[in-house]
Ligand binder design. Structure first.
Ligand SMILES: [Zn+2]
Ligand SMILES: [Zn+2]
Length: 279
């Protein structure tokens, strides 16, 4: 009999910038960035894009009900990474404590203020005061965040407008790294990304652009799959998962990009909604 995997990683949203649906995007999906990590009896979420809504629905309708606690590791506050929060049912269920972690802000109040400015009337009809089970934590980059008896996470800086942090999650000897949104090319930040990604079992990488697109989008805060493969190879990553697909990208285009990447590194996938990776 197969033993239980140490980590079950699932993609709930793989788009960047804005939701993009339609029949040409039915395979990779239209929801923006959101991943879940089940491990060590805990439920972790990385980023709260529009994919978070479906995850919340699934948690509320499972026989055992939603988890008593969820740790939400947030990379940054750009709208494609937080727009699912007001639609995340566990947050207003009264049954779940949601701890939101991010290392970009100096204190919880500053982060809460920033969130409240974006998600309040008249931009959004309900303000963030209804999230009474939300706890905000702002660990320093590199600090050990204890998540369970045998799991922890560390935030590390990413190169992105307004700041962002990646996450290295370590549980039961397995390591998942999320490094999106990130523009490769800043030597000191690249060194930290490489350090925190070393020997990971799975690395999620910002592959927004083609090499051609990158030429006139320097400074916009995103990278290519080719850059990701080089980083992954250099630091001994086992599997790469490319994400943050541009809204205009069709299934056919993403499949072609995935094939090209797999020709260079066969343990590479492009993130699609519903994809489950057991580690
Ligand atoms: Zn983004
Ligand atoms: Zn961003």
């Amino acid at each position: 009999m197969d033993s239980q995997p140490d980590i079950i990683f699932k993609v709930w949203g793989s788009r960047g910038s804005i939701f993009a649906g339609g029949p040409e995007r039915s395979i990779f999906g239209g929801d923006t960035t959101c991943f879940s990590i089940e491990t060590d009896g805990r439920f972790l979420v990385v980023d709260a894009g529009s994919g978070l809504r479906a995850l919340g629905h699934q948690l509320m309708t499972r026989p055992e009900g939603p988890p008593a606690e969820i740790d939400l590791l947030l990379t940054h506050l750009h709208i494609d990474h937080i727009c699912g929060l007001p639609f995340f049912a566990p947050l207003i269920s009264g049954k779940t404590i949601v701890r939101l972690w991010n290392s970009v802000y100096p204190d919880p109040e500053t982060l809460r203020d920033a969130l409240s400015r974006g998600l309040a009337p008249p931009i959004f009809p309900v303000d963030t005061t209804v999230w009474n089970s939300l706890e905000i934590r702002v660990p320093e980059a590199g600090a050990r965040v204890a998540l369970g008896p045998d799991s922890m996470a560390r935030a590390f800086p990413l190169n992105h407008p307004d700041g962002a942090c990646g996450w290295r999650v370590n549980s039961s000897g397995r390591v998942v790294v999320v490094a999106s949104d990130h523009e490769h090319g800043n030597p000191s930040i690249d060194a930290q990304v490489a350090y925190y990604s070393r020997f990971s079992d799975l690395m999620v990488w910002d592959a927004s652009y083609t090499e051609e697109e990158l030429q006139n989008r320097r400074g916009w805060g995103h990278s290519t799959w080719q850059q990701g493969l080089k980083v992954g190879e250099k630091v001994g990553v086992n599997r790469m998962l490319m994400t943050h697909h541009l809204p205009e990208r069709t299934d056919d285009e993403l499949t072609d990009m995935e094939r090209a990447a797999q020709a260079l590194a066969h343990r590479t996938l492009f993130a699609r909604e519903g994809l489950v990776i057991s580690l």
